[in-house]
Write a protein that binds this ligand. Structure first.
Ligand SMILES: C[S@@+](CC[C@H](N)C(=O)[O-])C[C@H]1O[C@@H](n2cnc3c(N)ncnc32)[C@H](O)[C@@H]1O
Length: 305
């Protein structure tokens, strides 16, 4: 992220969730609040950006689209990011729901961006203390958007500004009503990509050190092959180029074959790794609208050992 600037990719993922909720049936994930966190100008600008990208990266497909709506739908179905953003949110909240049934009392959303969980899921909110953690600039921006949308902060929702590159998560959580004895579920969606490896390890270690055994963390990551010219999948290359252009380059990936060992060294046990094929089978099977799991992007669920 650029110094002092809120995350543009967080606004981008909010646009994807807003678009999806309004236009795609059956949805992969439904977020009817995302649209309220974007201004009209931002939503329109988001449409323009995506249309431009479709014409730039998929000129042949764009050329045969009869209109703007078809082109936008074409981009959403063919680009990698929407498939990642929607399916990872669904994966995390499916696991969270299961975890709440098994006694989880706290939900920590790391790098929350414009996530609207606190308003979208009153059923789970009623049973949880929720901590939204994000980069100070993104969090400040979100608080402004919540005010503008008239969304009040529930008493069991706690905001915490943290720069993962500069501050340790454990130290930060000591500043709020986080209970280190309570079973906790962490989600870390769309963030590992942007951080140096050591900052990711530090955060994993912090989770392992401050949550009781059985607590879990869900995150998504790029496979290391995505960073090797000649091995990178075409639409992952497009994704890498787009995020670089907005000043939030993706810099870190993991080898799925070594992820369990990487996590174990930080005190976490890999419970499940969903490869792109497994993500396809779980969240996209049977769709006839072109949405499909993105290559070289995995979802992982690890628990405190
Ligand atoms: C792509 S957005 C994902 C937002 C949300 N989790 C989602 O899935 O839509 C990346 C998020 O990571 C956060 N982030 C990036 N670098 C960070 C850092 N060094 N410290 C804290 N948050 C960071 C951004 O502020 C942003 O909210």
């Amino acid at each position: 992220m650029q110094d002092g600037e809120y995350s543009k990719t967080a606004m981008g993922t909010a646009f994807m969730r807003a678009y999806h909720a309004a236009h795609v049936h059956p949805p992969i994930f439904t977020d009817v609040f995302a649209r309220r966190l974007l201004t009209e100008e931002e939503y329109q600008a988001g449409e323009e950006r995506h249309l431009k990208a479709f014409h730039l990266f998929y000129p042949d497909l764009a050329a045969v689209c009869p209109d703007r709506a078809a082109a936008l739908a074409g981009w959403m179905q063919n680009a990698g990011a929407p498939a990642i953003v929607l399916a990872r949110a669904r994966y995390a909240e499916d696991l969270l729901e299961q975890a709440v049934g098994e006694g989880v009392k706290q939900y920590v959303i790391l790098g929350a961006g414009m996530d609207s969980f606190a308003w979208r899921r009153p059923d789970l909110m009623a049973r949880l203390q929720v901590f939204e953690i994000d980069h100070p600039a993104t969090l400040a921006h979100k608080l402004g958007r919540l005010r503008a949308a008239g969304l009040e902060t529930p008493p069991n929702l706690h905001f915490l500004p943290v720069d993962f590159g500069r501050e340790n998560l454990a130290g930060a959580l000591r500043r709020v009503a986080y209970d280190p004895q309570a079973l906790t579920f962490f989600s870390w969606l769309g963030v590992t990509y942007y951080l140096p490896r050591e900052a990711i390890f530090t955060t994993w270690r912090a989770i392992a050190g401050m949550a009781p055994t059985g607590s879990g963390v869900v995150f998504d990551y790029l496979e290391t092959g995505a960073f090797i010219p000649g091995k990178v999948a075409p639409r992952v290359a497009i994704l890498l180029e787009i995020v670089s252009r907005v000043g939030e380059p993706m810099i870190t990936g993991f080898d799925p074959a070594h992820l369990a060992a990487d996590l174990a060294r930080q005190g976490l046990r890999l419970q499940e790794n969903l490869s792109p094929a497994a993500i396809q089978a779980r969240f996209f099977q049977g769709r006839d609208d072109g949405y499909h799991a993105c290559e070289q992007t995995d979802f992982a669920w690890a628990v405190v050992a």
